[in-house]
Design a binder for this molecule. Structure first.
Ligand code: PBG
Length: 327
C-alpha cells in the first residue's frame, strides 16, 4: 500500500519543485512588441495597455538597452505613419517609420533579432488590412490579389532595411508565397518569414487598435480573419503557409487558443509562435490595478500555459516585466 504522501513528495519544497518543473520559460523565448511613431522624445502612454507606449525612435533605442539587458533577444515592430492613405503607402516607403526603425536598431543593437509586422491596417485611412475593392458601409471587400502587390513592395522595403523576419499579419491568401518569391528574387535569402497563419477575428485585439491607431473605419475583419469556433481551418492555414515557404508559424491570440497551439505543435515541424495579444495583457493589468489579482503571477502563469501548450516562442507585452523573474 502506498502512503498518502506519494504525490506530494514531489512538491515538498522549492528546490524539488524546480528540479521537476516540466515547462521552462526563458527570456530568450519571448518577443516584445513595440509601437513606433515619428518625432523625437515621444513616449505616449497607451491608455488601454498600462505600461505600453508609442515611442519615437530615440525613445525606442533607450528601451532596447533594457530589453537586451533583460535577456530578451527579439522584438516585433508596429508602425504609426505620418499620413494614412487608401493603399497604406508608408508601409513600403523607403523612409517609412518601420524601415527607419529597423535601420536604427540594426545599427545600434546588432545582436537583437528584428521582426517586422507586415500589415496595412495601421497605414490605411479605412483601417483594413489591404486594398479595399468596393467601398461602402456594408458592401466592401479587401481585394486579396491587389493586396499581394503591396505586400511584395513592403516585404522588399523591410528586408532592404534589415529585418531578420517578415511577419505578414493580414490573413491575405498567398502572402507567404509572394513574400518568399520577392525576397528570393532580390537575393534576401537569409530573411525569414514568420506567418501569422492562424489569426482569429478576436475581441482581444481591442486595445491594440488604440495602440496602433488601426481600428477599421467600417465593417469588421471577419471576411479575412478566422472564426474563433474553428480548429481544422487553422491547421489548413498553417499547412498552406508552410507549403508556401513560412519558416515559422503563428497562432493568435494565444490564451483562448491553447488547443490550436498544441495541435499545431503536434502536427507540424516548424517553430510555433503564439501571440499573447493586447486584450490578454490588458485584462491582467486591469485586474491588477483594481487589486483583484497578483498581475505578475497571473502573467507568469499565462505565459507558462502557452509554453506548456507547445509554443516555442511567445510574443508578449509582458516580456520586459517578466524576464527578470525567469531563472
Ligand atoms: C494587424 C495586427 C493586429 C494585431 C497584430 N497585428 C490587429 C488586428 O488584426 O486588428 C493585434 C495584436 C494585439 O492585439 O496585440 N493586422
Amino acid at each position: 500500500m502506498f502512503p498518502k504522501t506519494r504525490h506530494r513528495r514531489l512538491r515538498q519544497n522549492s528546490p524539488v519543485r524546480e528540479l521537476l518543473r516540466e515547462t521552462k520559460l526563458e527570456a530568450a523565448q519571448l518577443i516584445l512588441p513595440f509601437f513606433v511613431t515619428h518625432g523625437r522624445g515621444v513616449k505616449k502612454p497607451i491608455s488601454s495597455m498600462p505600461g505600453q507606449f508609442q515611442l519615437s525612435l530615440d525613445e525606442l533605442l533607450k528601451q532596447l538597452a533594457k530589453v537586451e539587458k533583460a535577456g530578451i533577444r527579439a522584438v516585433i515592430l508596429f508602425g504609426i505613419p505620418k499620413l494614412k492613405d487608401p493603399v497604406g503607402s508608408e508601409a513600403y516607403a523607403p523612409d517609412g517609420i518601420i524601415q527607419l526603425a529597423i535601420r536604427a536598431i540594426r545599427k545600434s543593437f546588432p545582436d537583437l533579432i528584428v521582426l517586422a509586422d507586415l500589415c496595412f491596417c495601421e497605414y490605411t485611412d479605412h483601417g483594413h488590412c489591404g486594398i479595399i475593392k468596393k467601398e461602402g458601409r456594408s458592401n466592401f471587400e479587401v481585394d486579396n490579389d491587389a493586396t499581394l502587390e503591396i505586400i511584395r513592395k513592403t516585404a522588399a522595403a523591410q528586408a532592404e532595411a534589415g529585418a531578420h523576419f517578415i511577419a505578414p499579419s493580414g490573413m491575405t491568401d498567398g502572402a507567404v508565397k509572394a513574400i518568399r518569391e520577392e525576397l528570393d528574387n532580390r537575393s534576401y535569402l537569409k530573411t525569414g518569414i514568420l506567418a501569422y497563419s492562424a489569426k482569429y477575428a478576436s475581441a482581444f485585439y481591442g486595445p491594440f487598435r488604440e495602440a496602433a491607431e488601426s481600428a477599421p473605419q467600417f465593417g469588421d475583419r471577419k471576411t479575412y480573419q478566422m472564426d474563433p469556433a474553428n480548429i481544422r481551418e487553422a491547421l489548413k492555414e498553417i499547412r498552406s503557409d508552410i507549403d508556401e515557404g513560412a519558416d515559422m508559424v503563428m497562432v493568435k491570440p494565444a490564451l483562448s487558443y491553447l488547443d490550436v497551439i498544441s495541435k499545431a505543435k503536434e502536427e507540424f515541424h516548424v517553430p510555433v509562435v503564439a501571440y499573447n495579444v493586447s486584450g490578454e495583457y490588458s485584462m491582467v493589468k486591469a485586474a491588477e490595478q483594481l487589486g483583484w489579482m497578483d498581475g505578475e503571477r497571473a502573467a507568469l502563469e499565462i505565459l507558462q500555459s502557452i509554453k506548456r501548450a507547445g509554443a516555442d516562442l511567445i510574443i508578449t507585452y509582458h516580456a520586459l516585466e517578466i524576464a527578470p523573474h525567469l531563472k
